[in-house]
Design a protein. Structure first.
Length: 231
């Protein structure tokens, strides 16, 4: 690609801009500029034909390189516009991969945390048992009971930060098999007392929407033997 094709109609401004962007020539190829005093009287030195030919070839190569780069950029832009916006399969594959990674991470964290939380629940049981003894008048300083209450409250706060909550005692006194486990049974005096929860033996906990341990309760049970004893 020659300069005539790159710059039609003798566009000297464009040629000058390209020439200004060229790197400086080595010192031996540069013709020293005359001083201000010399330029007033001396004639301008003619440009060597060989140097003029080299500069012309360099400009041609530069113009050709720029044209080729522009063509490559246009081809790349057209390719991006053609494939990237409509490439739904790639976006869906990335979304599926991200979902699987999230599920794997949650499953791994649950597998690591669950045994620790179960051990902390057993520690909570020990604290709760000690507090019940203190409430029943077990020997010991009053400060001991208060410290146990603070420790139990802190443990419940730790459970909360890990997404675990204590199963609340329902206003409905009836047995709830999805949340409760019967560990003690007493005879009911009336049929309407059947499966009535009379006390909580051990607290239950829910972790991230799943029952980690059911609430252990004592219930009343009405049977034919209960009816005979009532009679």
């Amino acid at each position: 690609m020659n300069m005539e094709n790159a710059f039609p109609h003798g566009d000297e401004t464009a040629k000058g801009e390209i020439a200004a962007a060229l790197p400086e020539q080595p010192e031996e190829a540069v013709i020293a500029s005359p001083s201000a005093h010399e330029s007033a009287s001396a004639e301008p030195l003619p440009l060597d034909p060989t140097e003029a030919e080299s500069a012309h070839a360099l400009l041609n190569r530069l113009a050709q390189t720029l044209a080729e780069q522009n063509e490559a950029l246009e081809a790349l832009r057209a390719l991006c516009e053609r494939y990237l916006p409509g490439n739904n399969s790639k976006d869906e594959a990335i979304a599926r991969m991200q979902k699987r990674l999230d599920e794997y991470e949650r499953g791994m964290l649950r597998a690591l945390k669950e045994p620790l939380l179960r051990d902390l629940v057993l520690f909570y049981d020990s604290l709760d048992k000690l507090l019940r003894k203190c409430e029943k008048g077990a020997p010991g300083p009053p400060e001991f009971s208060r410290e146990l209450e603070l420790l139990r409250a802190e443990l419940l706060e730790i459970f909360s930060t890990q997404g675990m909550e204590q199963i609340a005692r329902s206003n409905d006194p009836g047995y709830q098999p999805e949340l409760q486990k019967v560990v003690q049974v007493e005879n009911a005096e009336r049929p309407e007392e059947h499966q009535l929860v009379i006390r909580v033996v051990r607290e239950g906990f829910v972790w991230e929407g799943r029952v980690l341990r059911k609430q252990e309760v004592a219930v009343k049970k009405w049977t034919a033997h209960s009816a005979e004893n009532g009679a």
